[in-house]
Design a protein around this ligand. Structure first.
Ligand code: NAD
Length: 337
């Protein structure tokens, strides 16, 4: 199948070419993100391969279908950015990567926790400048601290297991509780309000759905313990960023680790170091000493990239052969997600 791979970065190209070593598919690598202007670059291709910040709305899908594109292979798990109803109406089949190393994201979330807690980012800079002062670097033992895990699916469970290994008490919240969570010991499902009130650290591992949009807002922040650490490696839209900035200023939020940001599509995955960033909310976030923002890199391990490439190519093969694809997403799944 001839496939236009939008938003290609060097690491995507490497992992996809490695997985496609038998040249099963003809991959056309395109650095631009997909939108209505760039859609014509898919001319002559039967499929497109897309990532989290490609625009996959009705207008773009219509443009792709008019070019003869029949299938979309997402090389990510989240599909909140895809207009599935429009895709179905245009007979475009859509598949995603349902599983790839969940350790990649869970381990990164733990990395954010300990970087913020023990101020490793500050220590790194200080020592490079010959400043060996320890003032301002005091952290806490994680042992016996209470960690709230919102979403105890694949990633949330691994995060919970690692934090359990540190000796933390775990509070979980999930629409569909997972028996393995409480089986960890020192782990209990509670209502969201109880998790908010009692957690020293809160980590978000649920998908972005209409129900979870701005789950963290001024009301939920007001229920948190002063000094709480908040970690989001899931989707930016889970957090009302302006409310979080108010929470940081009021010292309710004592540490914030973000790998995702609601308006990240305008920023992430590009080198903007010579540009003037226009997003004042994002820039305000960066002024806090107790905030770490990374550019949606939690998935970025060799293991995860390899898993993503293999499953993406397998999905494309299913589409090419016209057979059932277990990773296909249909509009009704939006309601279940
Ligand atoms: P998963 O489907 O295995 O688990 C998600 C869990 O969230 C499920 O148990 C589900 O029941 C629960 N859930 C759904 N809606 C909820 C709600 N409103 N409140 C509480 N819980 C809810 O998914 P996963 O593989 O663990 O991935 C979790 C999220 O991580 C994904 O949705 C994606 O947004 C994000 N992610 C981020 C990166 C990254 O690089 N930063 C990479 C992969 C995934």
């Amino acid at each position: 199948m001839k496939v236009a791979v939008f938003s290609t970065k060097p690491y995507d190209r490497h992992s996809l070419e490695t997985a496609n070593s038998k040249q099963t598919h003809e991959l056309i690598f395109i650095e631009s993100a997909l939108n209505t202007q760039t859609a014509p670059l898919a001319a002559g291709c039967s499929a497109v391969c897309l990532f989290v910040n490609d625009v996959i709305d009705a207008a773009t899908l219509t443009a792709l279908a008019a070019l003869g594109v029949k299938a979309i292979a997402l090389r990510c798990t989240g599909f909140n950015h895809v207009d599935l109803t429009a895709a179905a109406a245009l007979n475009l089949r859509v598949a995603r990567v349902t599983v790839y190393s969940p350790y990649s994201v869970a381990e990164f979330a733990v990395g954010l926790v300990q970087t913020l807690n023990r101020k490793i980012h500050k220590a790194y800079n200080r020592v490079r400048e010959g400043n060996f002062s320890l003032d301002g670097l005091v952290g806490v033992d994680l042992h016996r601290r209470t960690v709230g895990v919102v979403g105890t699916g694949k990633i949330g469970m691994i995060f919970a297991k690692i934090m359990h290994g540190f000796g933390c008490q775990l509070l979980g919240y999930d629409l569909y509780p997972n028996p393995q969570f409480e089986a960890l010991g020192a782990a209990h499902y509670v209502e969201m309000s109880e998790l908010l009130e009692n957690s020293d650290i809160i980590s978000l591992h649920c998908p972005l759905t209409p129900e979870s949009y701005h789950l963290i807002n001024s009301d939920t922040i007001s229920q948190m313990q002063p000094g709480v650490m908040l970690i989001n490696t899931s989707r930016g839209g889970l957090i009302d960023t302006e409310a979080v900035i108010d929470g940081l200023k009021a010292k309710i939020i004592g540490g914030l680790g973000l790998d995702v940001y609601e308006q990240e599509a305008d920023l992430f995955f590009e080198d903007l170091s010579n540009e003037i960033i226009q997003d004042d909310v994002f820039e305000r976030l960066l002024t806090f000493p107790n905030v770490i923002v990374t550019g949606h890199q939690a998935f970025l391990t060799e293991d995860a990239l390899s898993d993503i490439a293999e499953m993406t190519l397998a999905n494309l093969s299913d589409f090419e052969q016209g057979c059932e694809c277990v990773n296909e997403i249909k509009p009704k799944e939006l309601a279940k997600a």
